[in-house]
Design a protein around this ligand. Structure first.
Ligand code: PXG
Length: 465
């Protein structure tokens, strides 16, 4: 039962929201004019808004509700932990059972020798940890000049000063003095937008080799690490060409730098294995985790490092870093219960065996729609590129994102939360979505695409840039 079922009327909530709530990544005047959508409840893959309208949550909240909404066991775990030990810190030589058990569970789940976790409240904080950690690691090895971190344009690593600097989002770099020094960006493996005349395979190799060229240009003795998402999420679900990761893996093995795989979205089942690095057979030194770690039921993230990284840090004495909520007991208890459910109910294995290939087949068929250029999918991360001319891989003449936003609005009206990134439409449904719900999702997506296409035709907007 939703404890806020008796909320104020929608218009009143919208007015208060506009008056007092500052939203992330939002144009507040525009939002106030349109009025926010107020979400009041959720169950499984379904959301309910303040007008009682049901929608499919095809974004798992914000890529996080992997086990689906409304699992009572997680609420019970939080309740029990709050009564037992609502808060204690992990500084000053103390610990508590929830953080100890969660650390051990993560060591069991993460591949290779990724056996040691430094906790944070989310992915941005964890990536801030990583910046300090990799530089401290090299200093501990007697190579303090290895400072530079290589990242990718259109990658997303969070919104703090560190996370936003690691990320390669041009719109973010325009505000607040980002990026900080010591972070450089190479190009992303987005064949649809940037592949030109190359085949996707050639392009994947070329983009991977930019890493090699950048390390050599800067000097291997200056580079601390390379950070990347196995599949870019916020950048528009950019599934790299098959040639990309094997080549990056070769380069990382040949050069003496650390590899940080940002698994904030790809972790905990989203690509069909527990971690994206398993899907792509990568061997990272550090993985960033958050979101699916607790299925979004509590804010928690972390950096999981290998034995070798942990040993090197241990040899260097104090690591002067930490957050009040590093290893928060309630968040840890919720994450533990989430991982218990995920493993005992074989949620990842079952999705990979049935719902993921089912969605892949249906999603792939969207490429036949007149508005869709390419359809990409890896596990439960999927995107379609909207285009006025498929053969030319053309962009629209209208400002980038105009068409995507129109399509997103159609989706919302049709009871489907599908996001847009510029003129790409993206989904990342909960791992527990079933075939019937996938059918509904696809029906609503097609209806929304049809309506968008008809409206663009009517407005003379099916025009290439
Ligand atoms: N790394 C990756 C790969 C992410 O996707 C973060 C780090 C930062 O995590 P926190 O917990 O600090 O937000 C993220 C977060 C979007 C969107 O619009 C994506 C994220 C966050 C907010 C919006 O797709 N990803």
């Amino acid at each position: 039962m939703n404890i806020r079922a008796n909320h104020a009327p929608t218009a009143e909530l919208q007015a208060l929201d506009a008056a007092h709530h500052l939203h992330p990544f939002s144009d507040s005047r525009n939002l106030a004019k349109r009025g926010v959508r107020v979400i009041t409840g959720a169950d499984g893959v379904w959301l309910t808004d303040s007008d009682g309208v049901d929608m499919i949550d095809a974004m798992s909240g914000l890529w996080c509700v992997n086990i689906g909404h409304g699992r009572r066991e997680l609420a019970d775990a939080a309740h029990a932990q709050m009564l037992q030990l609502s808060y204690y810190n992990t500084f000053f030589m103390t610990s508590h059972p929830a953080v100890i058990e969660l650390s051990a569970k993560l060591a069991e789940l993460a591949p290779g020798t990724l056996n040691h976790t430094f906790f944070a409240s989310g992915g941005s904080e964890a990536n801030d940890t990583n910046i300090r950690l990799v530089r401290h690691y090299w200093a501990a090895k007697g190579k303090p000049e290895k400072q530079v971190i290589i990242s990718r344009k259109n990658g997303y690593h969070g919104s703090t000063v560190g996370g936003g600097s690691l990320g390669g989002m041009a719109a973010m770099h325009k505000q607040g003095g980002l990026p900080i020094p010591g972070i450089v960006h190479i190009d992303q493996p987005d064949w649809w937008s940037e592949g030109g005349d190359m085949s996707s395979e050639e392009f994947g190799l070329a983009r991977a080799r930019q890493l090699e060229a950048k390390i050599d240009e800067l000097g291997e003795d200056k580079v601390a690490a390379f950070i990347a998402e196995p599949v870019q999420g916020a950048g528009g679900v950019i599934v790299p060409p098959e040639t990309y990761w094997p080549e990056v893996r070769r380069i990382c093995a040949e050069r003496d730098i650390l590899f940080i795989a940002d698994e904030v979205i790809t972790g905990f089942g989203r690509t069909g294995r527990m971690f994206g690095v398993e899907t792509y057979e990568l061997a990272p030194d550090i993985i960033t985790i958050a979101k699916g770690l607790s299925s979004g039921y509590a804010p928690i993230g972390g950096s999981v490092v290998t034995d070798e990284v942990a040993e090197t840090l241990a040899d260097a004495g104090d690591f002067n870093h930490g957050y009040t909520y590093s290893g928060h007991p309630v968040a840890c208890a919720v994450a533990l219960e989430n991982l218990r459910i995920m493993t005992e109910e074989k949620i990842v294995e079952e999705a990979a065996a049935d719902a993921m290939p089912y969605l892949a087949e249906k999603w792939g068929q969207l490429v036949d729609h007149p508005l869709v250029g390419e359809a990409k999918i890896k596990g439960f991360m999927a995107s379609i590129a909207l285009t006025p001319d498929k053969a030319a891989r053309a962009k629209f003449a209208s400002p980038e994102g105009t068409v995507g936003l129109r399509c997103r609005d159609r989706c919302f009206s049709n009871g489907l939360v599908m996001r847009h990134v510029k003129d790409r439409m993206i989904i990342a449904p909960p791992l527990v979505i079933n075939r019937e719900e996938i059918d509904t999702l696809i029906e609503r997506a097609v209806k929304s695409l049809d309506e968008t296409h008809a409206a663009l035709e009517a407005d003379g907007m099916m025009v290439s840039a």
